[in-house]
Ligand binder design. Structure first.
Ligand SMILES: Cc1ncc(COP(=O)(O)O)c(C=O)c1O
Length: 429
């Protein structure tokens, strides 16, 4: 007879974790010192929206960009105030707009798709690979039309999409590749840093990311025209190009997507932490993967050949039949034990009201319809991307138990909680 505390909480036992895991907040004296230095010294922003040295930002912004370029071995790095605005910068940089389509995955943060809409272009959704949850090149190929201008390859959860297939496909159809690398800083594809494999890469510094400044983003490219157009998009390009005698890269207007000096100072410190944090997560993930091998029905992260995976989040695929309990019941029971896990990831983006009703700019229907430049017919119907829908509804979950500062003790307790639930799966189901 098992002791009462060995039973799952739902069956009267005691939770594996007496208190919830502490929040993740890796900021210490170095960040505080850097921010304090900038606050005391001023100015808090070095940008001016006029054709001058200050058009490119202040001392900290430029130092952060130079350090980022060096770290990721890329010619140009352009900071933004979020990855969302940087993704819009990428669309503008590539000259994508009304009449164009961009192929995006539906299993990603909505900004990967709305950045396309922001410039009046149409997101077209291709399905994901069930092993990596990144866009599936075979599905991409089926979605290419005469309107397609680019593929948004989202490097989801810490590893890259299948670039061995995507790069030749893009070349064949003359498509640009934007890498939404918000979640995978430090990961590589065939030794190349992700974010620098395609034409433009975008990173996020929001509070959920490996390195963070609360909010923030950065765009990288080896193409000087794309870099300049991104800078113009970031800082009121319309007010600047008239004074640039040598600008000849197409019509432009911009916004205020600028990073403050305070944020840049913090970003410089966080950038120096990246490798340490990655190493910690990857080591814990390896331990967890080894333990999960003993549990039939749970599949640990698959790493694409040629990729390194930085485990932004530790994804687990649930085979409900083999496991003998549904994903949702497992997630509920784990939460009761003190471990939060996700029920899927996001709702497939094309199922959001925005796409179902095709209303983006008020109720005009533009750019989906009443669009002089576009006579395509995007499909946003349920069933469009069956792998994504299956992951969302039944198979996908992730945990943050591999994040720093959690330790092997936490991953071991996580596995103990899983085993306890599975031992009682018949009663729980
Ligand atoms: C894949 C992906 N793309 C874009 C974003 C947007 O990033 P930000 O919050 O910096 O705008 C996120 C943020 O969660 C993301 O995960």
């Amino acid at each position: 007879m098992k002791k009462i505390q060995d039973r799952p909480v739902f069956l009267g036992g005691t939770p594996v974790l007496a208190k919830p895991l502490p929040p993740i907040h890796v900021v210490d004296r170095e960040e505080i010192a850097a921010i304090t230095r900038v606050i005391n010294r001023g100015p808090l922003s070095g940008f001016a929206g006029v054709h001058s040295e200050r058009f490119f930002g202040g001392e900290e912004v430029r130092a952060f960009e130079a350090e980022f370029s060096k770290k990721f071995k890329v010619k140009h790095a352009v900071s933004f105030n979020s990855a969302t605005t940087a993704l819009h910068g990428a669309i503008v940089a590539l000259g994508i707009g009304p009449g164009d389509e961009v192929i995006v995955p539906p299993y990603t943060m909505s900004a990967s798709a709305t950045a396309v809409l922001m410039n009046g272009a149409i997101p077209i959704f291709a399905d994901i690979d069930e092993r990596t949850f990144c866009i599936d090149p075979k599905s991409v190929e089926k979605r290419i039309t005469k309107y397609t201008k680019a593929v948004m390859a989202v490097n989801l959860l810490g590893q890259g999409a299948d670039f061995a297939a995507l790069l030749p496909l893009a070349k064949k159809h003359k498509l640009a590749i934007i890498e939404d690398n918000a979640q995978s800083p430090g990961a590589t594809w065939r030794g190349k840093p992700l974010g620098t494999v395609g034409d433009i890469g975008v990173f996020s510094l929001n509070v959920h990311k490996a390195i963070q400044t609360g909010e923030g983003g950065i765009l990288v490219t080896n193409n000087p025209i794309y870099a300049l157009r991104a800078q113009l998009c970031r800082n009121h390009g319309e007010a600047v190009v008239d004074d640039m005698t040598d600008y000849d890269a197409g019509p432009i207007f911009g916004s205020n997507y600028r990073m403050t000096e305070v944020v840049a100072a913090m970003a410089r410190v966080q950038l120096r932490r990246l490798d340490f944090l990655t190493k910690k997560r990857v080591a814990l993930a390896a331990r967890l993967t080894k333990a999960l091998a003993q549990i039939p029905g749970l599949t640990p992260p698959f790493v694409h050949s040629g990729n390194t995976h930085v485990i932004h989040r530790y994804a687990i695929r649930v085979d409900e039949k083999k496991l003998g309990i549904s994903r949702d019941r497992l997630v509920e029971a784990m939460a009761a034990e003190g471990f939060s896990m996700s029920r899927g990831y996001v709702k497939p983006i094309y199922l959001l009201k925005l796409f179902q009703e095709r209303k983006a700019f008020n109720r005009t229907g533009f750019p989906f319809e009443k669009n002089t430049y576009y006579k395509g017919n995007p499909d946003y119907s349920k069933g469009l991307c069956p792998v994504t829908e299956r992951m969302f509804e039944k198979e996908f979950t992730f945990t943050d138990v591999c994040q720093y500062p959690y330790t092997a003790r936490h991953t071991d307790l996580f596995v103990a909680a899983l085993k306890k639930i599975i031992a009682y799966k018949h009663e729980l189901a």
